[in-house]
Ligand binder design. Structure first.
Ligand SMILES: Nc1ncnc2c1ncn2[C@@H]1O[C@H](COP(=O)(O)OP(=O)(O)OP(=O)(O)O)[C@@H](O)[C@H]1O
Ligand SMILES: [Mg+2]
Length: 223
C-alpha cells in the first residue's frame, strides 16, 4: 500500500487586503501519496505559493483540515510544526534563500547541523551530495560567486540532504534557462526514484509540469 503523506480536506483560505477579503482557496481538497510528483500550475496570483505554504505548515487557513503522515496538524503547536518541517519536509524557494555569508558546503550542511548532527559528518555528507549534483568544483564558493543554476542546485541539495519525505518546491527553475531547468528538474526525479518520498512543485513551465505524474491546475477565484 502506498503511504499517504499529506491530506487536506475542504480548505478555505483568504487574505485581508485593506478592507477587502480576497479568497484564494475555496473548499479545496487534495492528497499527496508516496511516489507522487505533483505539479501545480495556474496564473500568477492563483494561490500556488499559498497552497505550498499550507502544505509546508508555514501558513494557516480559515476552514478545513490538514493531516501530515496521518496526524491532524491544523492546531499543532509551533514547536511541533517545526519538528515536522525539519524532519520530514524539504523546501526549495524561487529565490533560493541561500545564506550569502556561507559557502556551498556550509549552506547544504545547515539542516543536518540544526537537527543535531556533528559538523564534521555534516560537512562530509554535504560535500558528497554537492559532488553528486555536479558541484564538486564549487564547494567553497559563496552564493554570489555561483551562477543561477548552480545556486539553485545548492538550494535543492540543501532541501534533500535530510532525506525529507516530502519535497516542496516553489518555482525551483523560475530564473533558469530551458536546458538548466530540465537539468535541475531531473534532480527531483532522481531523488524520487531513489527514495520513498513525494515531490510537489509549483511552476510556470508547462513543459516541466507535464512531466509530473500528478497535475493540478489552480484557477484564480473571483474573476
Ligand atoms: N500575505 C498576504 N497578504 C495578502 N494577500 C496575499 C498574501 N499572500 C498572497 N496574497 C494574495 O493571495 C493571492 C495568491 O497569491 P500566491 O502568492 O499564492 O499566488 P501564486 O499562484 O503563487 O502567484 P505567482 O505565480 O505570481 O507566484 C494573490 O492574489 C496575492 O495577492
Ligand atoms: Mg508564487
Amino acid at each position: 500500500m502506498l503511504k499517504t503523506y499529506i491530506e487536506i480536506d475542504n480548505i478555505t483560505k483568504s487574505y485581508k487586503q485593506g478592507d477587502e477579503l480576497v479568497g484564494v482557496l475555496n473548499n479545496f481538497s487534495m492528497t499527496l501519496n508516496e511516489g507522487d510528483f505533483l505539479s501545480i500550475t495556474g496564473p500568477s496570483g492563483s494561490g500556488k505559493t499559498t497552497l505550498l505554504n499550507i502544505l509546508g505548515l508555514i501558513d494557516n487557513f480559515d476552514f478545513g483540515d490538514i493531516r501530515h503522515f496521518g496526524k491532524n496538524t491544523k492546531d499543532l503547536h509551533e514547536t511541533e510544526k517545526n519538528k515536522i518541517r525539519m524532519n520530514s519536509l524539504g523546501f526549495v524557494y524561487q529565490s533560493n534563500n541561500l545564506f550569502d555569508e556561507f559557502n556551498a558546503v556550509e549552506n547544504v550542511a545547515l539542516p543536518l547541523i540544526l537537527s543535531g548532527k556533528n559538523r564534521k559528518d555534516s560537512y562530509q555528507e554535504s560535500e558528497s551530495m554537492l559532488i553528486d549534483f555536479g558541484l564538486g568544483h564549487r564547494l567553497k564558493h559563496t552564493p554570489k560567486d555561483l551562477s543561477g543554476g548552480e545556486q539553485q542546485r545548492v538550494a535543492i541539495a540543501r532541501a534533500l540532504i535530510n532525506k525529507p519525505d516530502v519535497v516542496i518546491a516553489d518555482e525551483p527553475t523560475g530564473n533558469l534557462d530551458k536546458a538548466t531547468s530540465k537539468n535541475v528538474f531531473q534532480y527531483f526525479l532522481n531523488y524520487l526514484e531513489k527514495n520513498s518520498c513525494a515531490v510537489v512543485m509549483a511552476t510556470h513551465n508547462l513543459e516541466l509540469a507535464g512531466l509530473a505524474n500528478k497535475k493540478l491546475e489552480l484557477n484564480t477565484l473571483n474573476e
